[in-house]
Design a protein around this ligand. Structure first.
Ligand code: SAH
Length: 362
């Protein structure tokens, strides 16, 4: 091989080696760059983008920083405002809540009121008031007052009739009731009211005692009222009064009954010794009673000035006191047996008086 050829071969080898060296470093560099570019591409897709990305990153950083700065600035200046606004809005919300609470409370109160005063009750009250307005004047006052007034008038009338009976001779009372038969009714309604207030009704005591008597006894009830005895006992009863309250009653002044002389076994005066002529009643009792017959008297205790004196006086009328019950606070019960007939006008008999039984105003 020639020197030229050898020189050429040597140069080519050198070039090749240099190229190889060059390529390997370039490829390394390339690889490096490629790796880094791949890395960048992951972020920004392309080297261009990478630069942009870098730029963006930096911008972003700056923006963020600026934002941070701005935020910081805002925090200082605006946050105070915001705080105030928050406080204000809190206040507003609180006041709104309070208002709504108040409304709720009020509506609660309202519903409570509704419960207390029901609408229908109010309507009823209004209607009552209207009705009251439409009533005639004399009825406008409360009905209880009217009732009380009527009761008082009844009571006054009863007391007036009662006093008339006690303070007049029986013939006058007889005339009084004849002229005003309705007065008798008024008297007996009042009398019944009194009876209702008593712990016992004396006529019941008398009824019980007559029930024990023989069935063939004849009874004369002087001043019988409703003729309760005749209704209650099995014996024959003659019932007398000024006015007949029922068909059992014979109208008469008991000072002069239509009974025959010495025909009855029992004569009863139950709360009926009224008038200024009591002696006439005792004479009539003596007349109609059989000898040994019983005169039964039940009277208000307070009418007797002295019960012993009364008993003595009665004995002057042909009677003897056989039994008495003075134990009751309100009433005295007395039995007298007829001992003898009295001959009218032969001997002057002592006057018999009892205090009138005046009922109190109620
Ligand atoms: N004995 C009845 C009624 C008592 S009230 C009873 O206990 O339930 C008194 C009654 O005696 C009245 O009805 C009154 O009219 C009557 N009375 C009083 N005096 C009278 C008389 N002279 N004649 C007839 N009845 C008389």
């Amino acid at each position: 091989m020639s020197v030229k050829k050898r020189k050429f071969k040597r140069n080519r080898r050198q070039n090749l080696e240099e190229n190889e060296l060059m390529n390997s470093s370039v490829s390394k560099e390339k690889k490096k760059k490629k790796f880094s570019s791949q890395k960048e591409t992951m972020n920004f897709n392309s080297p261009k983008k990478m630069v942009l990305g870098k730029m963006k990153n930096e911008n972003k950083k700056k923006i963020m920083e600026n934002r941070g700065k701005m935020t910081n600035k805002r925090n200082r200046s605006e946050i105070e405002g915001e705080k105030e606004e928050v406080i204000e809005s809190k206040k507003r919300r609180k006041s709104k809540k309070n208002k709504s609470n108040a409304l709720v409370k009020n509506s609660g109160k309202k519903s409570q009121l509704n419960k207390k005063i029901d609408v229908n009750t109010l309507k009823g009250m209004l209607m009552d008031k209207e009705e009251e307005k439409n009533k005639p004047n004399w009825e406008n006052s409360s009905s209880t007052l009217r009732e009380r007034m009527i009761a008082q008038l009844r009571s006054s009338r009863f007391r007036f009739i009662n006093e008339t009976l006690y303070n007049n001779a029986s013939f006058e009372s007889k005339k009084y009731f004849k002229d005003d038969p309705e007065a008798f009714d008024a008297y007996h309604k009042g009398f019944q009211q009194q009876v209702d207030n008593w712990p016992l009704n004396p006529v019941d005591i008398i009824i019980e005692s007559i029930k024990k008597c023989p069935k063939d006894y004849i009874v004369a009830d002087f001043g019988c009222g409703e003729a309760k005895i005749a209704e209650s006992v099995s014996q024959k009863v003659h019932s007398f009064d000024f006015v007949a309250m029922n068909d059992k009653v014979t109208v008469c002044d008991m000072a002069h009954t239509p009974l025959l002389k010495s025909g009855v076994n029992i004569v009863v005066f139950c709360l009926s010794l009224m008038g200024t002529n009591l002696n006439d009643y005792l004479l009539e009792a003596n007349r109609v009673l059989k000898k040994g017959g019983i005169m039964k008297i039940a009277e208000v205790e307070s009418r007797f000035e002295n019960i012993e004196d009364f008993i003595k006086l009665v004995t002057n009328y042909g009677f003897v006191n056989t039994w008495s019950d003075l134990s009751n606070d309100l009433f005295y019960f007395l039995d007298f047996k007829k001992e003898k007939d009295l001959e009218k006008g032969k001997s002057k008999l002592p006057a018999i008086e009892l205090k009138p039984c005046l009922y109190k105003r109620r």
